[in-house]
Design a protein around this ligand. Structure first.
Ligand code: AMP
Length: 397
C-alpha cells in the first residue's frame, strides 16, 4: 500500500484530491460535515510534516462549463478554515495563471483550495491537459477521495501519471481499501450480506459477485418484491421491476449452486399509500392484495434476519429493508442496525456502505458500533461488483 504515513512531506507541495461533495441547505449551510472531517487526518498529517497542502475537490454537477456561483466551493473552504483554525487560501479564480501564482507563493504549513474542479468540463473526461496543469501545481499527489474513486477523471486518476514516484493513498482511502479487501478476500465465516434498497437492477452485479463469497444472503426492502413476484406471490402495489423477474429467478438458482442460504421477507408491513401517515396493515405472509404496498419487514422477518446476523462473523450491509425515511416504516431497517451492532459486540466484523444504509445506521444510533462505514456509495458498490476502481489503479500502476 502506498500510504502517506511512511513518508515525510516536509518542504513539499502536496496536491490532495478530497471528497468535499457535502450536502448543503438553501443558504449554503453545510448540513453534514462528515466528508470534511474524514479528510482531516490526511490534511493534518501533511501539515504536521511541514508540507504545503493544495486541495482539489468537486461539488455538485456543474453543467455550464465555467464558474457557477451556486456551485462554488467557497463555503466549504470557509468551513474547513474554521475547523483547521487556520487560513485556507481559496483560489476564487479558475484561471490557471492565477492559480499557479498562488501555488508558487504557498509555504509549508499553509493550505490552499481550488475552486470546484468540475467547473472545467475536461475534468469528467479525464483530460490529460487539465491533469498536466493541475500536476504542475505540486510535487506530490495524494488521493483521499474514495467517494470519487470509481471515476476516471483528471483529478482522480489521470493526474497520477505525472507523479510516477510521488503518488500515494490518503489515510481515508487507505482505510477504505484495507477494510474492503478484508471483506472480499478471505472473510471470516459465516459471511452474511444484507442487500436492500429499492431496485434489484442496481444491485445485480454486486449480488452476483458476492454469491461465491458469502454463506448467507439476505434480500430485503423494495427489491424483495421482484423476487416475491417471480416466485408467484401476490405483491399488490409494491415496487417491482417486471423486466427483472427472470433475473430474480436466475439469482436464486445461482445461490443454490453456490450453496448460499438465501433469505427473503416472510411477512410485511404494508401501507395504502406511499407516505408516513397512510393506513398500515400487517400481512403475515407475502400475499398482498391490490390496494396495499409493501413498505417494511414484518416482525417474523426481522427475527429471522436477526438470527442469521447474530450467527455471522463477517457482515456486509447495503441498502435499507424498508422505506426507512418514514418513521412508521423504519422499524425493520433499525432492527438490522441493532442486530449488526449486537453481532459486532460479539466479535463480528461489520461493514456498512451505500448512502442510504449509512444514513439509516446513523439515524438508528448504532453507527459507532459498526466496524467500518464506507464513505463511498457508488465507489463501494463498484468495488463489491469486483471492478477495478480507476482512482485506486492510478496510484498502484
Ligand atoms: P437504493 O438507493 O437502491 O439503495 O434504495 C434506497 C431506497 O430504497 C430508500 O430510499 C428506501 O426508501 C427505498 N425502499 C426500501 N424499501 C422499499 C419499499 N418496500 N418500497 C419502496 N421503496 C423502498
Amino acid at each position: 500500500m502506498k500510504g502517506i504515513n511512511d513518508v515525510n512531506f516536509a518542504g513539499k507541495k502536496v496536491l490532495v484530491r478530497v471528497d468535499f461533495n457535502v450536502p448543503v441547505d438553501e443558504n449554503k449551510k453545510i448540513t453534514d460535515d462528515t466528508r470534511i472531517m474524514e479528510a482531516l487526518p490526511t490534511i493534518n498529517k501533511l501539515l504536521k510534516d511541514g508540507a504545503a497542502v493544495i486541495l482539489m475537490a468537486h461539488f455538485g454537477r456543474p453543467k455550464k462549463g465555467g464558474f457557477e456561483p451556486e456551485l462554488s466551493l467557497k463555503p466549504v473552504a470557509e468551513y474547513l478554515s474554521g475547523v483547521l483554525k487556520k487560513e485556507v487560501v481559496f483560489t476564487q479564480s479558475i484561471d490557471f495563471a492565477d492559480i499557479q501564482a498562488l501555488a508558487d507563493k504557498l509555504q509549508g504549513g499553509q493550505v490552499m483550495m481550488l475552486e470546484n474542479i468540475r467547473f472545467y468540463p475536461e475534468e469528467t473526461k479525464g483530460d490529460i491537459e487539465l491533469a498536466k496543469k493541475l500536476a504542475a501545481l505540486g510535487d506530490c499527489y495524494v488521493n483521499d477521495a474514495f467517494g470519487a474513486a470509481h471515476r476516471e477523471h483528471s483529478s482522480t486518476a489521470t493526474i497520477a501519471q505525472f507523479f510516477p514516484n510521488n503518488k500515494y493513498f490518503g489515510l481515508l482511502m487507505e482505510h477504505e481499501i484495507v477494510n474492503l479487501k478484508k471483506l472480499m478476500t478471505a472473510p471470516e465465516k459465516p459471511f452474511t450480506a444484507i442487500i436492500g434498497g429499492s431496485k434489484i437492477s442496481s444491485k445485480i452485479d454486486v449480488i452476483k459477485n458476492l454469491l461465491p463469497l458469502v454463506d448467507n444472503l439476505i434480500i430485503g426492502g423494495g427489491m424483495s418484491y421482484t423476487f416475491a413476484k417471480a416466485n408467484g406471490k401476490r405483491i399488490g402495489r409494491s415496487i417491482c421491476e417486471d423486466d427483472k423477474l427472470q433475473v430474480a429467478l436466475d439469482l436464486q438458482e445461482e445461490a443454490k449452486k453456490e450453496n448460499v442460504n438465501l433469505y427473503l421477507p416472510v411477512d410485511i408491513l404494508a401501507g395504502d399509500g406511499f407516505s408516513n401517515d397512510c393506513n398500515i396493515k400487517y400481512f403475515p405472509e407475502i400475499d398482498i392484495p391490490n390496494e396495499w404496498e409493501g413498505m417494511d419487514a414484518g416482525e417474523k422477518t426481522r427475527q429471522m434476519f436477526g438470527e442469521v446476523i447474530l450467527k455471522s462473523k463477517t457482515i456486509l450491509w447495503n441498502g435499507p429493508v424498508g422505506v426507512f425515511e418514514f418513521e412508521n416504516f423504519a422499524g425493520g431497517t433499525n432492527s438490522i442496525a441493532k442486530y449488526i451492532a449486537q453481532a459486532t459486540d460479539q466479535g463480528a466484523f461489520a461493514a456498512v456502505g451505500g448512502g442510504d444504509s449509512v444514513s439509516a445506521i446513523k439515524k438508528s444510533g448504532f453507527a459507532d458500533k459498526i466496524s467500518y462505514i464506507s464513505t463511498g456509495g457508488g465507489a463501494m458498490l463498484e468495488y463489491l461488483e469486483g471492478k477495478t476502481l480507476p482512482g485506486i489503479k492510478a496510484i498502484l500502476d
